[in-house]
Write a protein that binds this ligand. Sequence first.
Ligand code: PMP
Ligand code: GLN
Length: 383
Amino acid sequence: LNRRLAEFGTTIFAEMSALALSTGSINLGQGFPDTDGPEEIREAAVRALRDGRGNQYPPGPGVPELRTAIAEHQRRFHGLEYDPDTEVLVTAGATEAIAAALLALVEPGDEVIALEPYYDSYAASIAMAGGVRVPVTLRPHGPAFRLDLDELRDAVTDRTRLLLINTPHNPTGTVLTRAELAAIAELAVERDLLVVTDEVYEHLVFDGEHVPLASFPGMRERTVTISSAGKTFSFTGWKVGWVTASPELVATVRSAKQFLTYVSAGPFQYAVAEALRLPDAYFDGLRDDLRAKRDLLGEGLAAAGFTVHRPAGTYFVTTDIRPLGETDGFAFCRALPERCGVVAIPNAVFYDHRDEGAPFVRFAFCKRVDVLEEAVARLKSLA
Ligand code: PMP
Ligand code: GLN
């Protein structure tokens, strides 16, 4: 492994999912639903395969049907206008969108400011681009983790190239407020920064609202917005993601994407185009189902003795293990399968300041109710 990637090794998700399998534990680690997305959308994928739509290389930017559906979705849910021909790019999941955006926009030595804890691929993608990551830490204030806007402002230097934002935020579940986003936007405009914003959990907001960063004054032309069908439609295995941005930024990201995967798999793109046009009831239903699961798992974890940082969005809940007499999330997560047959993720892997992240452990609640109930019963045996 070269020096840029040496620190990364195997992702924590692969490690913990393997541990879940080898110990027969309930996997509340890696974030994937245990129930697939809508039947009609699966049928749409089968139809595309059978009818020969997308079985050969699709167009580089994505199939026109999907780009149009993405543009319609941005208008329908966020009031944002994007030209499907020049301002939309389909990617192999949000992961490729993040990598392509950073590879295309960051020069070696450029600083990239990211919210800490950060999704693990951000650090690796910044490193692959030769950038320098500058973490700004979210800390617990009451039930939620919050961003310190002064710290964010202080982190900007002459070397800062871009802000990498994530809302709703994995792993804390924080949904940045309109006021926080307005302050981030003002800073970006004032310091003339690009912004890459990962909004893959845009439809999973239980308290408050999701406001896209691109909707603030001065942001439309400097923001690369990323989302994914994995989270919104419960098809994480399809790896269909997308970018919306100005024609210049989309062209720049496409330059990198064309040499990463060339194009994304074809038939799923047609199915996701149909998914994006599902009625509001689908999106509301997904959110309401996950809200109930958040409450179920959150109450269970509290009853088991954890401090629960109630997430306003995403399908993750971050807990503090100190009330259980534990301080090291890594050791706790490595021992948990043997102790009670449950797998979780130590948030410390998402920190440069590992000490800050040490006592926090993340549980995913995108699982069936009976699975969550069984997990809670097992976790209560810890006390
Ligand atoms: N960003 C965040 C914040 C995520 O949580 C995830 C996946 N869990 C991704 C990006 C990756 O999305 P995809 O599976 O579409 O590549
Ligand atoms: N994003 C998912 C999570 O946070 C996992 C995706 C992955 O394994 N890379 O759990």
